[in-house]
Design a protein around this ligand. Structure first.
Ligand code: FES
Ligand code: FE2
Length: 412
């Protein structure tokens, strides 16, 4: 059975409110299909504006066999191009980050402008028209200091996403931030198990002693209820919104992204062992320290915490059916000085430990899912409605991209 038929059949027969059939977590052909139709068509988090602040600054985004150069042009705009030369296809940028005046292919030195136009190609004859050989661009959008790229031929309109999430992010002014530290870890688990683990805090009290000093495991925070029944949330939102910080729960109707601001425990300020801010220079000059965390997730590649003193971005990069890279970036105010305004180990301690604990949970989950004894199990309606919501988004997105099921009917 080919992957399309297999995926359609399993999506049709899956039990809602339950984990997915085994093949979704371990089958290479379904993974390849996801890479092609889901990751190949959705908006993907690529990095932060502040990582490429000047014209010519670039970073390379890679996922599966897709690769792009995300570069700031002379006009200040960020663009993204397939990292493939228009001559005979060589990869242009090997480096993950850098600064360039021009993009020069290392093979035969075809040379491109920062906006992708071919400037120079040696000895191509009198009929050669360079204007036909610009680098191929892909979708590239920026919102609240986050850059998203889309490899699909017809990227979905991004303006709604931007208009919904940017007001929540703007007060943190991440364009005036810098990456103080980043880590990339490999989790030997399917990317959906990484997400399922992220979308609940049912496991937090048993596994995350450092995080639980400050982060609530309340299901109204991790879940997808709108917080109406939670008076703590209501009070927090009123106080933050009065201080000019949009805070109330918003879940996009497609379920792909959510923003909301949650209080931290006992009026703590930040994800540190003491609960106090790790950086003395608040992001965006925010004056009120007890604003909690602004939570943003955007499937399938990023979840985030924006705090008063630092921000954490997480990037999910599937590598194989049972292998996922998770990159975490800790952002502080660009003028904050290490050793004076912040101490790196104080800043990174809680989430370095939490990531490692989550890695173990995901890897153990994968090993159990691989067992012949595995069958989809029920999600807790109280603690795991966020997981259920993620899985529903995934199934709906896959079904939409696979078509209406006609192929399945034809296959009999
Ligand atoms: S492949 Fe790039 S210049 Fe030849
Ligand atoms: Fe966790």
């Amino acid at each position: 059975m080919n992957a399309t038929f297999l995926a359609q059949k399993l999506l049709t027969s899956r039990r809602e409110g339950h984990s997915l059939p085994q093949a979704f977590y371990k089958d290479q052909s379904i993974f390849d299909l996801e890479m092609e139709i889901l990751f190949g068509g959705e908006w993907l988090f690529a990095g932060h504006d502040c990582e490429i602040p000047e014209p010519g600054d670039f970073m390379v985004h890679r996922i599966g066999n897709l690769e792009s150069i995300v570069i700031r042009g002379e006009d200040g705009a960020v663009r993204a191009f397939h990292n493939a030369c228009r001559h005979r296809g060589s990869r242009i940028c090997k480096a993950e980050h850098g600064t360039a005046n021009r993009l020069v292919c290392p093979y035969h030195q075809w040379t491109y402008n920062l906006d992708g136009r071919l400037l120079f190609a040696r000895d191509m004859g009198p009929d050669f028209d360079p204007s036909h050989y610009s680098l191929k661009s892909i979708g590239c959008e920026s919102a609240g200091g986050y850059i998203f790229v889309c490899y699909g031929e017809q990227p979905r309109d991004f303006s709604t996403v931007r208009s919904r999430i940017e007001p929540y992010m703007r007060p943190h002014r991440l364009e005036d931030a810098k990456v103080a530290w980043q880590s990339s870890i490999i989790e030997n688990g399917n990317w959906k198990l990484v997400w399922e683990n992220n979308r609940e805090c049912y496991h937090c009290s048993g596994s995350h002693p450092e995080l639980c000093r400050t982060f609530t495991d309340s299901p109204t925070v991790t879940g997808v209820e709108n917080g109406e029944s939670d008076s703590l949330l209501q009070t927090h939102w009123k106080r933050c919104e009065a201080a000019g910080l949009p805070s109330a729960f918003y879940l996009d109707p497609t379920g792909q992204y959510r923003v909301m601001r949650t209080p931290l425990l006992r009026d703590t300020e930040s994800f540190t062992m003491s609960g106090r801010s790790a950086s003395a220079k608040p992001l965006g000059g925010i004056r009120e320290p007890q604003i909690g965390s602004m939570l943003l997730f955007h499937y399938p590649t990023t979840w985030n915490h924006l705090l008063v003193d630092h921000a954490l971005s997480f990037q999910v990069m599937p590598i194989g059916p049972q292998e996922t890279q998770v990159t975490t970036k800790w952002l502080v105010h660009k003028d904050a000085v290490e050793g004076i305004d912040y101490d790196l180990s104080t800043l990174t301690e809680v989430w370095t430990a939490t990531n490692d604990q989550d890695r173990t949970l995901v890897e153990q989950n994968q090993l159990g899912v691989n067992s012949p004894a595995y069958e989809p199990g029920p999600y807790s309606p109280i603690h795991e409605n966020g997981v259920s919501q993620f899985v529903d988004w995934y199934c709906t997105a896959m079904e939409a991209r696979l078509g209406t099921g006609d192929l399945l009917a034809e296959a009999g």
